[in-house]
Design a protein around this ligand. Structure first.
Ligand SMILES: Cc1cc2nc3c(=O)[nH]c(=O)nc-3n(C[C@H](O)[C@H](O)[C@H](O)COP(=O)(O)O)c2cc1C
Length: 274
Protein backbone atom coordinates (compact mmCIF):
# COMPACT_ATOMS: atom_id res chain seq x y z
CA UNK A 1 0.00 0.00 0.00
CA UNK A 2 1.16 3.53 -0.79
CA UNK A 3 1.79 5.81 2.17
CA UNK A 4 -1.43 7.68 1.20
CA UNK A 5 -4.72 6.27 -0.06
CA UNK A 6 -8.14 7.77 -0.85
CA UNK A 7 -11.43 5.88 -0.73
CA UNK A 8 -13.05 6.85 -4.09
CA UNK A 9 -16.56 6.20 -2.77
CA UNK A 10 -16.03 8.62 0.14
CA UNK A 11 -13.97 11.48 -1.32
CA UNK A 12 -16.07 14.62 -1.87
CA UNK A 13 -13.35 16.35 -3.94
CA UNK A 14 -13.21 19.34 -1.54
CA UNK A 15 -9.43 19.61 -1.93
CA UNK A 16 -8.86 20.46 1.71
CA UNK A 17 -6.29 17.69 2.12
CA UNK A 18 -4.05 19.29 -0.52
CA UNK A 19 -4.38 22.76 1.03
CA UNK A 20 -3.80 21.46 4.57
CA UNK A 21 -0.78 19.23 3.86
CA UNK A 22 2.24 21.02 5.42
CA UNK A 23 4.64 19.36 3.01
CA UNK A 24 2.53 20.31 -0.03
CA UNK A 25 2.80 16.81 -1.42
CA UNK A 26 -0.90 16.10 -2.04
CA UNK A 27 -1.94 17.06 -5.55
CA UNK A 28 -5.28 17.19 -7.34
CA UNK A 29 -4.46 16.89 -11.00
CA UNK A 30 -7.89 18.03 -12.23
CA UNK A 31 -11.16 18.91 -10.44
CA UNK A 32 -12.57 15.42 -11.02
CA UNK A 33 -9.43 13.55 -10.01
CA UNK A 34 -8.92 12.02 -6.60
CA UNK A 35 -6.15 13.56 -4.51
CA UNK A 36 -2.84 11.75 -4.94
CA UNK A 37 0.73 12.02 -3.79
CA UNK A 38 3.12 14.15 -5.84
CA UNK A 39 6.16 12.42 -7.30
CA UNK A 40 8.65 11.89 -4.49
CA UNK A 41 5.92 12.62 -1.94
CA UNK A 42 6.34 9.36 -0.02
CA UNK A 43 9.78 10.40 1.15
CA UNK A 44 8.54 13.84 2.18
CA UNK A 45 5.43 12.72 4.09
CA UNK A 46 6.03 13.26 7.80
CA UNK A 47 2.99 11.26 8.90
CA UNK A 48 1.50 14.24 10.67
CA UNK A 49 -2.00 13.06 9.74
CA UNK A 50 -3.32 16.51 8.88
CA UNK A 51 -4.86 15.13 5.67
CA UNK A 52 -6.69 12.48 7.72
CA UNK A 53 -7.68 15.07 10.34
CA UNK A 54 -9.13 17.60 7.89
CA UNK A 55 -10.99 15.26 5.49
CA UNK A 56 -14.74 15.72 6.24
CA UNK A 57 -15.93 12.30 4.98
CA UNK A 58 -12.92 10.38 6.39
CA UNK A 59 -11.83 9.30 2.92
CA UNK A 60 -8.08 9.50 3.47
CA UNK A 61 -5.86 6.96 5.12
CA UNK A 62 -2.15 6.80 5.60
CA UNK A 63 -0.18 3.60 5.82
CA UNK A 64 0.25 4.38 9.54
CA UNK A 65 -3.19 5.85 10.21
CA UNK A 66 -6.76 4.82 9.42
CA UNK A 67 -9.43 7.52 9.90
CA UNK A 68 -11.53 5.13 12.02
CA UNK A 69 -8.62 4.84 14.48
CA UNK A 70 -8.36 8.63 14.87
CA UNK A 71 -10.77 9.98 17.49
CA UNK A 72 -13.14 12.71 16.38
CA UNK A 73 -12.50 16.08 18.03
CA UNK A 74 -15.36 16.57 20.47
CA UNK A 75 -16.31 20.23 20.81
CA UNK A 76 -18.22 19.40 24.00
CA UNK A 77 -15.00 18.19 25.59
CA UNK A 78 -13.03 21.31 24.73
CA UNK A 79 -12.67 23.70 27.68
CA UNK A 80 -13.87 27.29 27.36
CA UNK A 81 -11.12 29.94 27.01
CA UNK A 82 -11.56 31.09 30.61
CA UNK A 83 -11.23 27.47 31.76
CA UNK A 84 -7.99 27.07 29.81
CA UNK A 85 -6.70 30.35 31.23
CA UNK A 86 -7.59 29.36 34.78
CA UNK A 87 -6.04 25.93 34.31
CA UNK A 88 -2.77 27.35 32.98
CA UNK A 89 -2.55 30.11 35.57
CA UNK A 90 -3.35 27.86 38.51
CA UNK A 91 -0.82 25.13 37.67
CA UNK A 92 1.97 25.14 40.22
CA UNK A 93 5.19 23.26 40.81
CA UNK A 94 4.46 20.77 43.56
CA UNK A 95 7.26 20.21 46.05
CA UNK A 96 5.42 18.67 48.99
CA UNK A 97 4.28 15.14 48.22
CA UNK A 98 2.24 12.51 49.95
CA UNK A 99 3.98 9.20 50.42
CA UNK A 100 1.43 7.01 48.67
CA UNK A 101 2.44 5.92 45.19
CA UNK A 102 0.66 6.89 42.00
CA UNK A 103 -0.83 3.88 40.20
CA UNK A 104 1.07 2.79 37.12
CA UNK A 105 -2.01 3.38 34.92
CA UNK A 106 -1.96 7.06 35.86
CA UNK A 107 1.75 7.41 35.15
CA UNK A 108 1.15 5.70 31.81
CA UNK A 109 -1.76 8.08 31.12
CA UNK A 110 0.56 11.09 31.56
CA UNK A 111 2.91 9.69 28.94
CA UNK A 112 0.02 8.78 26.69
CA UNK A 113 -1.02 12.44 26.68
CA UNK A 114 2.55 13.77 26.38
CA UNK A 115 3.07 11.83 23.14
CA UNK A 116 0.65 14.25 21.45
CA UNK A 117 3.02 17.17 22.08
CA UNK A 118 4.28 18.90 18.94
CA UNK A 119 7.70 17.81 17.71
CA UNK A 120 9.87 19.19 14.93
CA UNK A 121 8.93 17.55 11.62
CA UNK A 122 6.62 15.30 13.66
CA UNK A 123 9.74 13.29 14.53
CA UNK A 124 8.36 12.28 17.98
CA UNK A 125 11.86 11.46 19.25
CA UNK A 126 11.05 11.50 22.98
CA UNK A 127 11.08 8.22 24.89
CA UNK A 128 10.44 7.73 28.57
CA UNK A 129 12.02 6.21 31.62
CA UNK A 130 9.69 5.94 34.60
CA UNK A 131 11.34 5.50 37.97
CA UNK A 132 8.34 4.04 39.72
CA UNK A 133 10.22 2.65 42.70
CA UNK A 134 10.56 5.36 45.35
CA UNK A 135 13.69 3.67 46.76
CA UNK A 136 15.29 3.96 43.34
CA UNK A 137 14.33 7.66 43.19
CA UNK A 138 16.17 8.05 46.51
CA UNK A 139 19.21 6.13 45.26
CA UNK A 140 19.38 8.33 42.16
CA UNK A 141 18.96 11.44 44.30
CA UNK A 142 21.99 10.23 46.29
CA UNK A 143 23.93 10.22 43.01
CA UNK A 144 22.77 13.79 42.30
CA UNK A 145 24.23 14.68 45.71
CA UNK A 146 27.51 12.94 44.76
CA UNK A 147 27.55 15.02 41.55
CA UNK A 148 27.05 18.15 43.66
CA UNK A 149 29.92 17.14 45.95
CA UNK A 150 32.18 16.69 42.91
CA UNK A 151 31.11 20.09 41.55
CA UNK A 152 31.85 21.76 44.89
CA UNK A 153 35.43 20.47 44.50
CA UNK A 154 35.86 21.05 40.76
CA UNK A 155 33.87 24.24 40.10
CA UNK A 156 33.51 26.06 43.44
CA UNK A 157 32.32 29.28 41.71
CA UNK A 158 29.38 27.40 40.14
CA UNK A 159 28.70 25.49 43.33
CA UNK A 160 28.56 28.79 45.26
CA UNK A 161 26.15 30.25 42.76
CA UNK A 162 23.55 27.49 43.17
CA UNK A 163 24.46 27.11 46.30
CA UNK A 164 25.21 23.41 46.34
CA UNK A 165 26.84 23.21 49.78
CA UNK A 166 23.50 24.08 51.40
CA UNK A 167 21.67 21.46 49.35
CA UNK A 168 24.26 18.80 50.25
CA UNK A 169 24.11 19.83 53.92
CA UNK A 170 20.30 19.55 53.85
CA UNK A 171 20.55 16.05 52.31
CA UNK A 172 23.04 15.03 54.99
CA UNK A 173 20.58 16.18 57.64
CA UNK A 174 17.79 14.13 56.02
CA UNK A 175 16.08 16.88 54.00
CA UNK A 176 15.70 16.30 50.27
CA UNK A 177 15.47 19.62 48.45
CA UNK A 178 16.54 17.97 45.20
CA UNK A 179 13.68 15.57 44.48
CA UNK A 180 11.52 16.72 47.40
CA UNK A 181 10.77 13.14 48.47
CA UNK A 182 8.70 12.70 45.32
CA UNK A 183 7.65 9.06 45.01
CA UNK A 184 8.34 8.91 41.26
CA UNK A 185 10.36 10.57 38.54
CA UNK A 186 9.67 10.51 34.82
CA UNK A 187 12.64 11.09 32.54
CA UNK A 188 12.34 12.11 28.89
CA UNK A 189 15.17 10.91 26.67
CA UNK A 190 16.04 10.66 23.00
CA UNK A 191 18.83 9.62 20.70
CA UNK A 192 21.67 12.12 20.52
CA UNK A 193 21.34 12.21 16.73
CA UNK A 194 17.86 13.70 16.89
CA UNK A 195 18.47 17.34 15.95
CA UNK A 196 15.33 18.73 17.58
CA UNK A 197 15.24 16.49 20.65
CA UNK A 198 16.08 19.18 23.21
CA UNK A 199 13.10 21.31 22.25
CA UNK A 200 10.84 18.33 21.67
CA UNK A 201 11.77 17.00 25.12
CA UNK A 202 10.93 20.27 26.89
CA UNK A 203 7.59 20.50 25.09
CA UNK A 204 6.68 16.88 25.81
CA UNK A 205 7.59 17.28 29.49
CA UNK A 206 5.51 20.45 29.61
CA UNK A 207 2.54 18.50 28.24
CA UNK A 208 3.23 15.85 30.88
CA UNK A 209 3.30 18.44 33.67
CA UNK A 210 -0.02 19.93 32.51
CA UNK A 211 -1.55 16.47 32.15
CA UNK A 212 -0.46 15.72 35.73
CA UNK A 213 -2.25 18.82 36.98
CA UNK A 214 -5.41 17.86 35.07
CA UNK A 215 -5.35 14.47 36.83
CA UNK A 216 -4.89 16.05 40.27
CA UNK A 217 -1.29 14.89 40.48
CA UNK A 218 1.63 17.01 41.57
CA UNK A 219 4.64 17.55 39.32
CA UNK A 220 7.83 19.60 39.38
CA UNK A 221 10.72 19.90 36.96
CA UNK A 222 13.77 18.17 38.39
CA UNK A 223 16.51 20.52 37.22
CA UNK A 224 19.36 19.21 39.37
CA UNK A 225 18.48 15.63 38.44
CA UNK A 226 18.59 16.65 34.77
CA UNK A 227 22.00 18.34 35.19
CA UNK A 228 23.45 15.27 36.84
CA UNK A 229 21.84 12.99 34.27
CA UNK A 230 23.58 14.79 31.44
CA UNK A 231 27.02 15.25 32.96
CA UNK A 232 27.81 12.85 35.82
CA UNK A 233 29.04 9.45 34.60
CA UNK A 234 27.81 7.42 37.63
CA UNK A 235 24.34 8.90 37.10
CA UNK A 236 24.44 8.09 33.39
CA UNK A 237 25.42 4.55 34.27
CA UNK A 238 22.66 4.24 36.85
CA UNK A 239 19.97 5.50 34.46
CA UNK A 240 20.91 2.93 31.80
CA UNK A 241 19.26 4.85 29.00
CA UNK A 242 19.26 3.09 25.63
CA UNK A 243 22.55 3.23 23.72
CA UNK A 244 23.22 6.70 22.29
CA UNK A 245 20.38 8.36 24.22
CA UNK A 246 20.57 11.53 26.29
CA UNK A 247 18.36 12.78 29.10
CA UNK A 248 16.17 15.70 27.95
CA UNK A 249 14.59 16.52 31.28
CA UNK A 250 12.97 14.96 34.31
CA UNK A 251 9.75 15.50 36.26
CA UNK A 252 9.00 14.68 39.88
CA UNK A 253 5.56 13.11 40.20
CA UNK A 254 3.32 12.30 43.15
CA UNK A 255 0.19 13.36 44.97
CA UNK A 256 0.36 16.88 46.35
CA UNK A 257 0.08 17.13 50.12
CA UNK A 258 -1.20 20.70 49.96
CA UNK A 259 -3.77 22.57 47.95
CA UNK A 260 -2.28 25.74 46.48
CA UNK A 261 -5.19 28.13 46.82
CA UNK A 262 -4.08 31.32 45.15
CA UNK A 263 -2.44 32.25 41.89
CA UNK A 264 0.81 34.02 42.75
CA UNK A 265 1.70 37.15 40.80
CA UNK A 266 4.13 37.04 37.91
CA UNK A 267 6.11 39.75 36.12
CA UNK A 268 4.32 41.89 33.59
CA UNK A 269 5.34 40.71 30.10
CA UNK A 270 8.03 42.56 28.22
CA UNK A 271 6.75 42.91 24.67
CA UNK A 272 7.97 44.62 21.57
CA UNK A 273 5.05 45.35 19.23
CA UNK A 274 5.75 46.21 15.63
C1 LIG B 1 13.74 23.76 33.45
C2 LIG B 1 13.22 23.87 34.86
C3 LIG B 1 13.93 23.29 35.91
C4 LIG B 1 13.44 23.36 37.21
N1 LIG B 1 14.10 22.70 38.21
C5 LIG B 1 13.58 22.70 39.46
C6 LIG B 1 14.23 21.96 40.49
O1 LIG B 1 15.25 21.30 40.30
N2 LIG B 1 13.69 21.98 41.73
C7 LIG B 1 12.55 22.69 41.99
O2 LIG B 1 12.10 22.66 43.14
N3 LIG B 1 11.90 23.39 41.02
C8 LIG B 1 12.39 23.40 39.76
N4 LIG B 1 11.73 24.08 38.76
C9 LIG B 1 10.45 24.75 39.05
C10 LIG B 1 10.57 26.28 39.07
O3 LIG B 1 11.28 26.69 40.21
C11 LIG B 1 9.15 26.86 39.04
O4 LIG B 1 8.56 26.55 37.79
C12 LIG B 1 9.11 28.36 39.26
O5 LIG B 1 9.56 28.69 40.54
C13 LIG B 1 7.71 28.91 39.10
O6 LIG B 1 6.79 28.28 39.99
P1 LIG B 1 5.48 27.56 39.44
O7 LIG B 1 5.94 26.44 38.52
O8 LIG B 1 4.78 27.04 40.64
O9 LIG B 1 4.70 28.59 38.71
C14 LIG B 1 12.22 24.05 37.47
C15 LIG B 1 11.52 24.62 36.40
C16 LIG B 1 11.99 24.53 35.12
C17 LIG B 1 11.19 25.12 34.00
Amino acid sequence: MSVFAVAPDKCNFCGMCAIECPAGIIVIKDPEALPSLADGGEAMCMNCGHCVAVCPPGAIRLKTMKPEDCALVSTELLPAPEQVEHFLLSRRSVRVYREDPVPREMLAKLIDIARYAPSAHNSQPVQWLVIEDTKEVKRLTGLVVDWMRSLIKESPWLADLLPLDLIVAAWESGVDVIMRDAPHVIVGHAHRDSASAQNDGVIALTYLELAAYSLDLGACWAGFFHFAATSYPPMLEALQLPEGHQCLGAMMIGYSKHKLRRIPLRNEPTIIWR
